[in-house]
Design a protein around this ligand. Structure first.
Ligand code: FES
Length: 155
Protein backbone atom coordinates (compact mmCIF):
# COMPACT_ATOMS: atom_id res chain seq x y z
CA UNK A 1 0.00 0.00 0.00
CA UNK A 2 2.55 2.50 1.14
CA UNK A 3 4.94 1.52 -1.51
CA UNK A 4 2.34 1.98 -4.19
CA UNK A 5 1.38 5.43 -2.91
CA UNK A 6 4.99 6.52 -2.85
CA UNK A 7 5.40 5.35 -6.40
CA UNK A 8 2.42 7.39 -7.50
CA UNK A 9 3.70 10.48 -5.74
CA UNK A 10 7.10 10.11 -7.28
CA UNK A 11 5.62 9.71 -10.70
CA UNK A 12 3.45 12.74 -10.13
CA UNK A 13 6.38 14.86 -9.09
CA UNK A 14 8.36 13.75 -12.10
CA UNK A 15 5.44 14.54 -14.34
CA UNK A 16 5.08 17.99 -12.88
CA UNK A 17 8.75 18.66 -13.33
CA UNK A 18 8.46 17.55 -16.88
CA UNK A 19 5.60 19.90 -17.47
CA UNK A 20 7.48 22.84 -16.04
CA UNK A 21 10.44 22.10 -18.24
CA UNK A 22 8.27 21.75 -21.29
CA UNK A 23 6.44 24.99 -20.57
CA UNK A 24 9.68 26.85 -19.99
CA UNK A 25 11.26 25.76 -23.22
CA UNK A 26 8.18 26.30 -25.34
CA UNK A 27 7.69 29.71 -23.74
CA UNK A 28 11.19 30.73 -24.67
CA UNK A 29 10.63 29.74 -28.25
CA UNK A 30 7.04 30.94 -28.21
CA UNK A 31 7.62 33.66 -30.73
CA UNK A 32 8.99 31.00 -33.03
CA UNK A 33 11.07 32.73 -35.59
CA UNK A 34 12.56 29.39 -36.50
CA UNK A 35 10.52 29.16 -39.67
CA UNK A 36 12.13 32.31 -41.03
CA UNK A 37 9.30 33.04 -43.44
CA UNK A 38 11.21 35.72 -45.33
CA UNK A 39 14.17 33.47 -45.95
CA UNK A 40 12.04 30.66 -47.25
CA UNK A 41 9.97 33.00 -49.37
CA UNK A 42 13.06 34.24 -51.15
CA UNK A 43 13.79 30.68 -52.20
CA UNK A 44 11.89 28.93 -54.92
CA UNK A 45 8.31 28.51 -53.69
CA UNK A 46 8.12 24.81 -54.29
CA UNK A 47 11.46 23.44 -53.28
CA UNK A 48 10.14 20.27 -51.74
CA UNK A 49 12.47 17.55 -52.87
CA UNK A 50 10.69 14.62 -51.32
CA UNK A 51 12.89 12.24 -49.44
CA UNK A 52 16.00 14.10 -50.42
CA UNK A 53 15.33 16.91 -47.97
CA UNK A 54 13.44 14.93 -45.36
CA UNK A 55 16.44 14.59 -43.08
CA UNK A 56 17.76 18.04 -43.85
CA UNK A 57 21.05 16.70 -45.13
CA UNK A 58 20.52 18.07 -48.60
CA UNK A 59 20.00 21.78 -48.41
CA UNK A 60 18.53 23.44 -51.51
CA UNK A 61 21.13 24.85 -53.79
CA UNK A 62 23.88 22.46 -52.79
CA UNK A 63 26.14 21.77 -55.75
CA UNK A 64 26.00 18.09 -56.57
CA UNK A 65 28.14 17.64 -59.62
CA UNK A 66 29.32 18.95 -62.93
CA UNK A 67 27.20 18.06 -65.90
CA UNK A 68 30.20 16.25 -67.32
CA UNK A 69 30.15 13.91 -64.31
CA UNK A 70 26.86 12.39 -65.44
CA UNK A 71 27.24 9.91 -68.29
CA UNK A 72 24.88 10.31 -71.24
CA UNK A 73 22.47 7.40 -71.23
CA UNK A 74 23.31 6.72 -67.61
CA UNK A 75 23.51 8.47 -64.31
CA UNK A 76 25.30 8.90 -61.05
CA UNK A 77 24.23 8.15 -57.50
CA UNK A 78 24.90 10.61 -54.71
CA UNK A 79 24.37 8.37 -51.71
CA UNK A 80 25.08 11.04 -49.12
CA UNK A 81 22.41 13.33 -50.56
CA UNK A 82 20.20 10.33 -51.38
CA UNK A 83 19.77 11.53 -54.92
CA UNK A 84 20.42 9.97 -58.29
CA UNK A 85 20.95 12.18 -61.32
CA UNK A 86 20.51 10.75 -64.78
CA UNK A 87 21.14 12.07 -68.25
CA UNK A 88 18.92 10.00 -70.57
CA UNK A 89 19.91 12.18 -73.53
CA UNK A 90 22.67 14.70 -73.92
CA UNK A 91 21.79 17.85 -72.02
CA UNK A 92 18.68 16.36 -70.39
CA UNK A 93 19.13 15.87 -66.66
CA UNK A 94 16.73 14.21 -64.24
CA UNK A 95 16.84 13.93 -60.47
CA UNK A 96 15.27 11.17 -58.43
CA UNK A 97 15.37 9.92 -54.89
CA UNK A 98 18.06 7.29 -54.46
CA UNK A 99 15.97 5.45 -51.88
CA UNK A 100 14.36 2.31 -53.23
CA UNK A 101 10.58 2.35 -52.85
CA UNK A 102 10.59 -1.33 -51.95
CA UNK A 103 12.28 -1.42 -48.55
CA UNK A 104 14.40 1.68 -48.46
CA UNK A 105 17.82 0.54 -49.63
CA UNK A 106 19.93 3.11 -51.40
CA UNK A 107 20.20 2.31 -55.08
CA UNK A 108 23.71 1.37 -56.00
CA UNK A 109 24.23 1.40 -59.72
CA UNK A 110 23.08 2.93 -62.97
CA UNK A 111 23.60 0.75 -65.99
CA UNK A 112 21.99 -0.11 -69.28
CA UNK A 113 19.25 2.45 -68.88
CA UNK A 114 18.18 1.55 -65.38
CA UNK A 115 18.83 2.59 -61.80
CA UNK A 116 19.42 -0.59 -59.85
CA UNK A 117 18.79 -1.51 -56.24
CA UNK A 118 21.17 -4.11 -54.83
CA UNK A 119 18.84 -5.44 -52.16
CA UNK A 120 16.14 -7.28 -54.06
CA UNK A 121 16.82 -6.37 -57.66
CA UNK A 122 14.44 -3.52 -58.35
CA UNK A 123 15.31 -1.54 -61.45
CA UNK A 124 14.02 1.88 -62.42
CA UNK A 125 14.12 3.50 -65.85
CA UNK A 126 16.54 6.44 -66.01
CA UNK A 127 14.08 8.58 -67.96
CA UNK A 128 11.27 8.66 -65.40
CA UNK A 129 12.26 6.21 -62.63
CA UNK A 130 9.40 3.90 -63.56
CA UNK A 131 9.79 0.39 -62.21
CA UNK A 132 10.93 -2.01 -64.92
CA UNK A 133 11.89 -4.95 -62.72
CA UNK A 134 11.81 -6.23 -59.19
CA UNK A 135 9.50 -5.83 -56.25
CA UNK A 136 9.48 -2.03 -56.02
CA UNK A 137 5.84 -0.91 -55.75
CA UNK A 138 6.26 2.51 -57.30
CA UNK A 139 8.71 4.76 -59.14
CA UNK A 140 11.44 6.64 -57.37
CA UNK A 141 10.13 10.04 -56.33
CA UNK A 142 11.39 13.01 -58.29
CA UNK A 143 14.13 15.05 -56.63
CA UNK A 144 14.35 18.63 -57.80
CA UNK A 145 17.60 19.56 -59.39
CA UNK A 146 18.71 22.68 -61.20
CA UNK A 147 21.27 22.85 -63.91
CA UNK A 148 23.04 26.18 -64.19
CA UNK A 149 25.87 26.32 -66.65
CA UNK A 150 27.86 23.18 -66.05
CA UNK A 151 26.80 22.75 -62.43
CA UNK A 152 23.98 20.57 -61.15
CA UNK A 153 22.46 21.67 -57.87
CA UNK A 154 19.81 20.28 -55.59
CA UNK A 155 16.56 22.17 -55.37
FE1 FES B 1 15.29 -2.16 -53.25
FE2 FES B 1 14.10 -4.26 -52.09
S1 FES B 1 14.88 -2.45 -51.14
S2 FES B 1 14.60 -3.95 -54.16
Amino acid sequence: MHARRRTVLTAGAAGAAGLVTACGSSGDGGRSTTHAPEASRSATPSTKAGAASADGSASPGEALAKTSDIPVGGGKIFAEQEVVVTQPEKGEFKGFSAICTHMGCTVAEVSEGTINCPCHGSRYRITDAAVVAGPAPQPLPVARITVAGDTIRLG
